[in-house]
Structures are given as structure tokens and as C-alpha cells.
Design a protein around this ligand. Structure first.
Ligand code: NAP
Length: 268
């Protein structure tokens, strides 16, 4: 089995910002970075050892083993259509939502997906070795190569096909994006009364740790699970300044109630 050594990035956003140095630290050579705005490619190149800015999508003479397409989801197909690759260059994208077949336009069978399941922002460091990496490939050879590359940077590498990856991404939207949005709404509620979000930090940390340690199904507390209608009615009416938030409160309360363990099942 050949190993992936030389790599080019197409896209220099949040994900590439973290993945490119992680691969470099694991012994890969990042040769090129292309980004629509070459200034963004330059900023990433400055974080790397030997990489150069690539000004176009013609990689036919680049001698790269792998091209990693890390552009926003709706741009992957367009990039795959324009990308010109050299002989024996493999190509992956890094999206949780997009099918591997999106790369079917390319003049190679060696296509795949290398999806790190984490939230990446340039301003925040991540420990790559703890990040699950979901790998899919069209050929067994590329599958093996991507598993090896994944294991070079992470302790958790899994085969996940396109359909499962889409559901995994949906689960990630619930656990990360929606949860974070609820944190924002909580912060805004406090700020309306001149209080600081910091007061919630220990609660947020304990909530997440408890859900991981004992399972979310065993961790719920609060007025909904206690069926405390007086508190629920007060909180809903307090939110009357924002119809959307009041509706969200009701929907989440209903959802908690719908997921309560069935007492009839427990005590038949
Ligand atoms: N961020 C995460 O938490 C995360 C986690 C796992 C997977 N992913 C996946 O990784 C991929 C990149 O995500 P990201 O968060 O790094 O995105 P991002 O920070 O928004 O970066 C987007 C990149 O896409 C390029 N781009 C935007 N529109 C384009 C177009 N029409 N044509 C060509 N290039 C275009 C941008 O180029 P310019 O800025 O130079 O214009 C930039 O290099 C996505 O598939 C995403 O689903 C992201």
C-alpha cells in the first residue's frame, strides 16, 4: 500500500486552518494551498513549513498524493468540476453533509471523504488526537490510505458511509449548533437584566460532563421533567417580549415531556 505523503489544500477556512498543521506535524508535506481569495491561502501558508500559495485549480503538475477540498459545502461540486489533477492524485472533501459522489466529476476513481467531527474556528486551538475522523473512500486502496492518514493525527478513526455521515452531522447540529444557540439565548436573557454570562459557566460545564458521564436520558432536571406548571407558565409569560423564544421554550418543554420514561413501562 502506498502512503499519502504530499498534500494540497483547496480552501483555507476554519477546517484547513487546523487540519493542515495537524497533518504536517504528523509528517505529511503540505505542498500547496489554494483559496478563492489568495490572501486567505497566504495566511494559511504562513502557518506551514514549506507550502506555497496556488493561484489556480490546475494541479496536473503538482505531484501531490492527495488534494483535500475544504471549501464550504455548496462550493465543493463547483471546485470538483474545475479541478485538474495529476496522475495518481487522490481527492477527498471534508464535509459531513455532502455525498462522496459529489467528487464523481473528477478524472479518478480515487475519491473519498475525510470528515473530522469537531467544531473548528480559527481563533480556537483543538487537540486533533481526540477528534473522531470519519473516513469513506471509493476504492479499498484509498480507504486504507485514509485510515492510515487519519490514525497519524487522531486516536479515533472510523469508516462512516455517506448516509450515516449525514445523520451523524444532523446529530452534531443538535449537540453543537443548537446547544450553542441556546447558550446565546441564555446569555441574552441575562444581559437584559445586566447579568454576566459567566455566572452560567459552571452549570454549562457540569451539564455537558454529566450528559457524557451518565447519559442525557438520566441527566435531565428542571421544571419540565418535574411537570412544574406554575414555573413553566411564569417562564413562558416572561418570554412574551419575544414570540419566537416563547415558542421555542414551549417546543423544548414538550419535547422533554415526550421523552420522559414511560411510568407504565417501569411499573406495569
Ligand atoms: N468548521 C467546522 O467546524 C467544520 C467541521 C467539520 C467539517 N467541516 C467542513 O469543512 C469544509 C470547510 O468548512 P470551513 O468551516 O473551513 O469553511 P469556511 O471557514 O467557511 O471556509 C470556506 C472556504 O471555502 C472557500 N469558498 C467559499 N465559497 C467558495 C466558492 N464559491 N468557491 C470556492 N471556494 C469557496 C473560502 O474561500 P475564500 O475565503 O478564500 O473566499 C474558504 O477557503 C466544509 O465542507 C465543512 O462542512 C467544517
Amino acid at each position: 500500500m502506498e502512503q499519502i505523503k504530499t498534500i494540497a489544500f483547496v480552501g483555507a477556512g476554519n477546517l484547513a486552518w487546523h487540519l493542515a498543521p495537524a497533518l504536517e506535524n504528523a509528517g505529511h508535506i503540505i505542498k500547496y494551498v489554494y483559496s478563492q481569495n489568495s490572501e486567505n491561502a497566504r495566511t494559511l501558508v504562513n502557518r506551514l513549513y514549506n507550502a506555497e500559495v496556488k493561484e489556480d485549480l490546475d494541479f496536473s503538475d503538482s505531484n501531490c498524493d492527495l488534494i483535500i477540498i475544504a471549501v464550504k459545502d455548496e462550493a465543493i461540486e463547483g471546485v470538483a468540476t474545475e479541478l485538474i489533477i495529476g496522475e495518481n492524485t487522490r481527492v477527498v472533501h471534508t464535509s459531513g453533509t455532502q455525498p462522496m459522489s459529489l467528487l464523481g466529476y473528477l478524472a479518478t476513481e480515487q475519491i473519498g471523504v475525510f470528515y473530522p467531527l469537531q467544531t473548528f474556528s480559527k481563533s480556537r486551538n483543538v487537540e486533533f488526537e481526540k477528534i473522531p475522523i470519519c473516513v469513506e473512500a471509493q476504492t479499498p486502496g484509498l480507504h486504507e490510505e485514509l485510515m492510515v492518514m487519519g490514525k497519524a493525527i487522531s486516536r479515533k478513526v472510523w469508516y462512516v458511509d455517506t448516509n450515516d455521515r449525514k445523520v451523524l452531522h444532523l446529530a452534531a447540529v443538535f449537540s453543537c449548533n443548537f446547544t450553542n444557540h441556546l447558550f446565546l439565548l441564555a446569555k441574552e436573557l441575562l444581559e437584559r437584566r445586566g447579568m454576566d454570562f459567566e455566572i452560567l459557566h459552571p452549570l454549562i460545564i457540569e451539564t455537558v460532563q454529566k450528559a457524557i458521564e451518565i447519559g442525557p436520558e438520566n441527566a435531565q432536571t428542571g421544571p419540565a421533567i418535574r411537570r412544574d406548571n406554575e414555573v413553566i407558565d411564569f417562564q413562558k409569560s416572561y418570554l412574551s417580549f419575544d414570540e419566537g423564544m416563547a415558542e421555542l421554550y414551549q417546543k423544548l418543554t414538550d419535547s422533554i415531556l415526550e421523552h420522559l420514561p414511560n411510568p407504565e413501562k417501569e411499573n406495569p
